[in-house]
Design a protein around this ligand. Structure first.
Ligand code: AMP
Ligand code: GLY
Length: 423
């Protein structure tokens, strides 16, 4: 079967890398892909989703997987389905779980799914009144998609009020901030959980931890994620069961009742507070870099998992994981996350160490190929992934691989997985 992957990041590269090995997959297409996905398949430069669906028909692409939230919120799944094409991802309506934080919070409240106490409002006086009832820090969120920047953790009441004023006046996030969520701060440890859903059934992958801040020790500005590992020992069976029973099942039931059955990847941002998992947020896609470490941990076919989810057959699937750990270290460019950097050639040393060769690889993200040479051109350039029998071993391999990768201005965190190793 020919398969297309929509997106251009390390997440999409890692899905392509897994599918490339699969006996069911013939040719891979990436729309638009990056400079490295060219070596896994063919990059397609069609931006309009109607035109992309027509292209899929012409090229006999029988299955499409959507990586990022943008195309989902824009309704790419509805467009492909209307043309009779199989595609993995939520409908435009179901993608509102990520597209609108107000929709998501109201959904959680309606179906009694544990989440931080909040109000949603477009009224400044109501916002200020609620802020006065909270103790600090106070969390302020813009309603719409803000590329991961729409959440402010305010240290004082004044700072929270300033953030709200700027959002509601359209100053900070345009239309995406005209409604806000104000919520209590949850103090605990954060997890990324991913449920592959077919509307009725789901498969829960191993729990991961992301590292959102730019610098070691969780300092510096928020990023898309600087590294991740899985499975995390911070989660036990009890927490998995609570997440299934209290979050995933009621969400799938609730979305059916809302007339928007959820098919696709439900990314549950969890804060564990005193042993209880509380939902911070939903995303409707894989996390990046979490996807890059979860794909190589799947022993069962990645193609089967996504295809069966897209065709309502998850009840027939038994998924197996390798009894291993994966650690992924993001290598970012010099100015990330503030600005774009000058393109820099990427050089990867030849690796002679057999154990390292077998148990590590690179997932490419912000890269461009010119005359056969790979350049770092994006913010997050690539992810070095290490696999091992323990988190320490996987992490050592990931960092050894980082040492073999060179480009001007490269930067990375040196403490990925510290919470697991400290535990
Ligand atoms: P979100 O986009 O909702 O995931 O928020 C981005 C980040 O802000 C999360 O990954 C958390 O680290 C943090 N965050 C969001 N909401 C809360 C909350 N209520 N309490 C503590 N931290 C939060
Ligand atoms: N790594 C977190 C995200 O993809 O949103």
């Amino acid at each position: 079967m020919n398969v297309m992957i929509i997106g251009s990041g390390g997440r999409e590269y890692s899905i392509g890398r897994a599918l490339k090995e699969d006996v069911n997959v013939d040719k891979l297409y990436f729309a638009p892909g990056n400079g490295a996905t060219e070596s896994l398949g063919e990059n397609v430069g069609i931006e309009d989703y109607h035109a992309l669906a027509t292209f899929a028909k012409e090229k006999n692409i029988e299955f499409t997987i959507v990586g990022p939230e943008g195309p989902l919120v824009d309704g790419v799944v509805d467009i492909f389905k209307a043309k009779g094409l199989a595609i993995f991802g939520p409908s435009k309506q179901a993608a509102q779980l990520e597209g609108s934080k107000v929709y998501m919070k109201n959904f959680l409240a309606k179906y009694n799914i544990p989440t931080a106490a909040y109000i949603e409002t477009d009224q400044i006086d109501r916002a200020f009144k609620f802020i006065d009832t909270l103790s600090t820090p106070i969390v302020v969120k813009a309603d719409g998609l803000c590329a991961g920047k729409g959440v402010i953790i305010a240290a004082s009441h004044d700072e929270a009020k300033k953030a709200v004023s700027e959002m509601l006046s359209g100053k900070s996030f345009g239309d995406a901030g005209l409604k806000v969520i104000i919520e209590e701060f949850l103090d605990g440890y954060e997890l990324s959980m991913f449920a592959i859903c077919d509307g009725d059934d789901f498969v829960l992958l191993q729990a991961a931890q992301d590292h959102k801040r730019l610098l070691d020790g969780d300092q510096g500005p928020n990023t898309g994620g600087m590294g991740a590992y899985a499975p995390t020992p911070l989660v036990n069976e009890e927490i998995y069961e609570k997440v299934k029973a209290r979050v995933i099942r009621p969400t799938l039931e609730g979305m059916k009742k809302e007339g928007a059955p959820f098919e696709g990847v439900l990314f549950i941002g969890i804060m564990v507070v005193k042993g209880e998992p509380i939902t911070l947020e939903f995303n409707v896609r894989f996390g990046d870099p979490e996807c890059e470490i979860l794909m190589p941990l799947l022993k069962s076919s990645v193609f089967d998992l996504f295809y069966k989810a897209a065709t309502s057959q998850l009840d027939t699937l038994k998924v197996e994981f390798y009894d291993k750990y994966a650690v992924g270290i993001v290598m970012a460019s010099k100015e990330y996350p503030y600005a774009s950097s000058t393109p820099a050639e990427i050089v990867v040393d030849e690796i002679h160490h057999q154990e390292l060769l077998k148990n590590s690889h690179i997932s490419y993200a912000g890269v461009t190929r010119t005359d056969g040479v790979l350049y770092a051109t994006g913010g997050r350039v690539l992810v070095c992934v290490g696999l091992g029998e323990s988190i320490q071993e996987a992490r050592d391999r990931a960092y050894l691989l980082c040492g073999q990768v060179h480009f001007a201005g490269k930067k990375l965190r040196t403490d990925i997985a510290y919470q697991a190793l400290r535990a």
